[in-house]
Design a binder for this molecule. Structure first.
Ligand SMILES: Cc1cc2nc3c(=O)[nH]c(=O)nc-3n(C[C@H](O)[C@H](O)[C@H](O)COP(=O)(O)OP(=O)(O)OC[C@H]3O[C@@H](n4cnc5c(N)ncnc54)[C@H](O)[C@@H]3O)c2cc1C
Length: 297
């Protein structure tokens, strides 16, 4: 079972990839995954493009990763633009290709639209997709998304929490958080989840920043607040990509070390198809855990 990875003291990591556009990108991705294998991931996931645009690619990548590296894999799946029949066919294909888990999502409205319009023969919310998987494809373990800073369309924090509980009650075994940069947001949200009776592992999603432009765009898209001090530091050298990457990696390292000291069950890294930053963060984490152990003796 998926949640078995998250045993106390184990601290499993998972890595999220996205489908590259070209064959060259795919070859480069496999080299990055090879590097990441050093960190013994519990599983590797691949995103599903907006509007189902990477439907076939997502499955192709997870199948390839599983075949080459013999690691469990999860395909992301959104309900955007799909009928229930389409979703069933994706899930059947995923099972056929040996996919282990599904990250079950609603997805975002298409670019330029602010409200999500479900396919007339499709599903409205992620909890319905979780139900579908549990009822008809029960071999597939299910992960869902959670929002430390509240999903931008949720009418209230409580409504968002009720939704997360609905997804877990429908059979999700693990919650992976949206990226965030203030650990205090994560801790406050985790406490609320626990009070709401959500007992499955709640795994922080870590995003190593590697460019100022990219993080401004992403934070804007997903509503994550960037601490002023971090933004100021990144802005000191607006054109220097190496600076952004080293500031971003150092920041994520601090975040991760603090999260470990505060009892998180594991980590999900948004690796953005680049192994280097995540590798450095995990090496810093190993050092941090070693010195914690030495201090405890
Ligand atoms: C770990 C992770 C991975 C992701 N991977 C992808 C990906 O691969 N591809 C992609 O396109 N996007 C991805 N996303 C983004 C995600 O699709 C968006 O955040 C999307 O807007 C919401 O998806 P969800 O599954 O959380 O939706 P839901 O859980 O369905 O929630 C959507 C909104 O509806 C509200 N809601 C839910 N149920 C009800 C109800 N019954 N009544 C009223 N309101 C309700 C919720 O509070 C929320 O505001 C990912 C996000 C995360 C955190």
């Amino acid at each position: 079972m998926l949640s078995d990875f998250y045993k106390p003291g184990e601290l499993p990591v998972s890595f999220e990839l996205y489908p590259p556009k070209t064959d060259k990108g795919l070859r480069s991705l496999m080299l990055q995954v090879e590097r990441l294998m050093k960190y013994k991931p519990a599983y590797i996931t691949c995103t599903y493009g907006a509007g189902g645009s990477t439907r076939g690619k997502t499955l192709e990548i997870v199948e390839k990763v599983k075949t080459i590296f013999q690691v469990p894999v999860a395909a992301h799946l959104t309900v955007v633009g799909s009928s229930v029949a389409d979703l069933r066919s994706f899930l059947a294909e995923a099972e056929r290709r040996g996919v282990d888990y599904i990250v079950a999502l609603r997805g975002d409205p298409p670019q330029g639209e602010t409200t999500f319009k479900p396919n007339p023969n499709g599903l409205k919310y992620a909890n319905e997709l979780v139900e579908l998987i549990n009822d008809e494809f029960s071999e597939l373990g299910v992960l869902v998304a959670g929002y430390p800073e509240v999903h931008r369309e949720a009418p209230s924090p409580q409504a968002d929490l009720d939704n997360l509980k609905r997804k877990v009650d429908a059979g999700a075994q693990v919650v992976v958080s949206q990226l965030f940069f203030n650990n205090s947001d994560f801790y406050a949200w985790r406490e609320k989840c626990e009070k709401a009776g959500i007992t499955v592992p709640i795994v922080p999603g870590i995003f190593p920043i590697n460019s100022l432009a990219q993080i401004s765009k992403i934070a804007n898209l997903c509503g994550a607040g960037i601490p002023k001090k971090l933004l100021e530091k990144l802005s000191q050298k607006p054109e220097d990509a190496q600076w952004h990457s080293s500031v971003g990696t150092a920041y994520a390292s601090q975040q991760v070390n603090d999260l470990v000291d505060n009892g998180v069950p594991g980590f999900h890294f948004y690796v953005l198809n680049q192994a280097e930053a995540t590798g450095k963060i995990l090496e810093n984490l190993a050092e941090h855990r070693k010195s914690n152990k030495a201090e405890a003796k």
